[in-house]
Unconditional design. Structure first.
Length: 295
């Protein structure tokens, strides 16, 4: 695994785990260690200032909204010229005043985990918390500010396979200008159900679920492997309704988070990196796997 200096950055996106604290205890979490201090923001900004090009900075954790200085972090990163994406469970975003505060700080792009769509019993099974109402209110508040929305859903066989259709229906009702619905299977990272992984959905399964929900053919979906000009065989990216005005602005992304024969997820990717504990840069999945149980 190659570790590089920020000035040598070639990643298009950098994951920044600004806190390891969280207000949920989900069954699947790539970063479940809660005993690590919050990231030093002045050192982070010094790191990001060295990046040679404009970069997508994903503020993650843990749950980044637990940091009281999140608005200031967003503003500071924006002032460096980078794009900011907030990755969140969405619980605090159910407060309209808080979303307004983040928007005023410069936030325009939000990724909300949406494993249960609008079904409390799905959230209870997957994330150990009945929170469907707060998730939907967060979606409403984000789209009400005309922000770019991503939803992230882990599809689990025998639990929430209908979440593809439910998510399409929920987000489609808003007719958003910019929304990306992300679906993936269980990844062998951090905390995850080892037994459930034996019966995990594969890419073919997920493609079929999306085909059923959108009316697109599986063959068409299987061909959509190009992301930002690069071929990524473990990913599919395409508009939800490419031939109609219905759902215009909604795209779908399917990602296979199952490890390859070497135990790696998305190996050799130069698209997604991570800011390390000593403010260097590393490939995201490889670094997470190499440092499981720590930073």
């Amino acid at each position: 695994m190659q570790i590089i200096n920020p000035s040598d950055n070639y990643f298009e996106t950098l994951m920044v785990d600004i806190t390891h604290r969280c207000n949920m205890h989900c069954n699947n979490c790539y970063l479940p260690n809660r005993d690590i201090a919050d990231m030093d923001i002045p050192r982070l900004l010094a790191c990001l200032k060295q990046l040679p090009k404009r970069t997508n900075i994903r503020l993650a954790g843990g749950e980044p909204t637990l940091r009281h200085d999140l608005p200031e972090i967003i503003t500071s990163i924006k002032q460096l010229g980078h794009r900011v994406v907030l990755l969140t469970n969405g619980l605090r975003l159910a407060q309209e005043s808080y979303v307004n505060r983040l928007h005023q700080a410069g936030l325009r792009h939000v990724y909300i985990s949406f494993n249960g769509a609008d079904k409390d019993h799905w959230y209870e099974q997957i994330d150990q918390l009945a929170c469907a109402q707060k998730k939907q209110q967060a979606i409403h508040n984000v789209l009400g500010r005309s922000m770019i929305l991503n939803t992230g859903t882990i599809l689990i066989k025998g639990v929430n396979e209908d979440a593809v259709q439910r998510t399409l229906d929920i987000i489609g009702a808003y007719q958003p200008r910019h929304a990306l619905l992300r679906f993936k299977n269980i990844g062998a990272l951090g905390r995850y159900d080892k037994h459930a992984e034996q019966h995990n959905l594969n890419m073919d399964d997920m493609q079929q679920l999306v085909a059923n929900a959108t009316g697109l053919s599986v063959d068409y979906i299987a061909q959509q492997t190009h992301i930002a000009g690069k071929n990524e065989p473990n990913t599919r990216l395409f508009p939800a309704h490419p031939n109609t005005a219905t759902g215009q602005g909604i795209w779908i992304k399917i990602t296979d988070w199952q490890a390859d024969t070497t135990g790696r997820i998305d190996p050799n990717s130069n698209r997604r990196g991570r800011v390390t504990a000593d403010f260097k840069l590393a490939p995201f999945f490889e670094h997470i796997k190499h440092n499981e149980g720590g930073f």
